[in-house]
Design a protein around this ligand. Structure first.
Ligand code: E4P
Length: 218
């Protein structure tokens, strides 16, 4: 399973990349706004900055919601760097745009997936990645992980090639469960990735080893 980080914060992207386990980055307009990145020029430069840190797929989201706008925006984004993946919302014109970019060999990430039907349509259009939002489903009392498992099953039965990118990850259990049910990728905040490191028995065991070593070497 690939690990993407879900942020536009360059320091956090560097920290995750330095761990040596990072395969890519996802961003969205809210994450860009959170970093105070405003205006087209600044947004485009920020994507290039991210691509210069991580050698992996970087999702850059279009703002347009009409077909022509998404094509124009997506082509501009894709021209920025070979690792840019054009992120497109799951709407009618978005499906048409994904089909267009697929025919041009440009990678896409179909975002805001909340049902198996949407995942089937995105796969039919040839999306490279499809992003079901686990945490946002959990927030409204639907089991986000059940959706990931359902999509994984459908894709396996049908032989669809789109990669399931479990998004809206909120905790380390979401990452572990995503691996268990067959997600190809997770995109997560740095905090949930780092939380995977933690176990109290690791901490106490290491403290004991170091204490015993100190005793026998003094
Ligand atoms: C996916 O690519 C989105 O950027 C993201 O995972 C949304 O997460 P949120 O629900 O925490 O905003």
């Amino acid at each position: 399973m690939k690990f993407f980080i879900d942020t536009a914060n360059l320091a956090q992207i560097k920290e995750a990349n330095d761990l040596g386990i990072l395969d890519g980055v996802t961003t969205n307009p809210s994450l860009m706004a959170k970093e105070g990145i405003k205006g087209e020029e600044a947004v485009l430069k920020h994507y290039v900055d991210i691509c210069n840190i991580v050698d992996g797929d970087v999702s850059a989201e279009v703002i347009s919601t009409d077909y022509a706008g998404m094509i124009a925006e997506g082509e501009k984004l894709a021209a920025l760097h070979k690792n840019i993946v054009v992120k497109i919302p799951m709407i009618k014109d978005g499906i048409k745009a994904i089909k267009y970019f697929t025919s041009k060999g440009i990678k896409t990430n179909c975002t805001l997936i909340f049902s198996a039907g949407q995942a089937i349509l995105a796969a039919k259009a040839g999306a490279t990645y499809i992003s079901p939002f686990v945490g946002r489903l959990d927030d409204i009392s639907f089991d986000g992980m059940e959706l990931i498992a359902q999509i994984a099953h459908i894709y396996q039965v049908q032989g669809y090639e789109s990669q399931i990118l479990a998004a809206s990850i909120r905790n380390p259990i979401h990452i572990i469960k995503s691996a268990e049910v067959g997600a190809h990728v997770i995109t997560s905040p740095l905090s949930s990735i780092l939380a995977l490191l933690k176990h109290p028995l690791t901490d106490s065991g290491l403290a004991q080893f170091l204490a015993d070593h100190a005793k026998s070497n003094n």
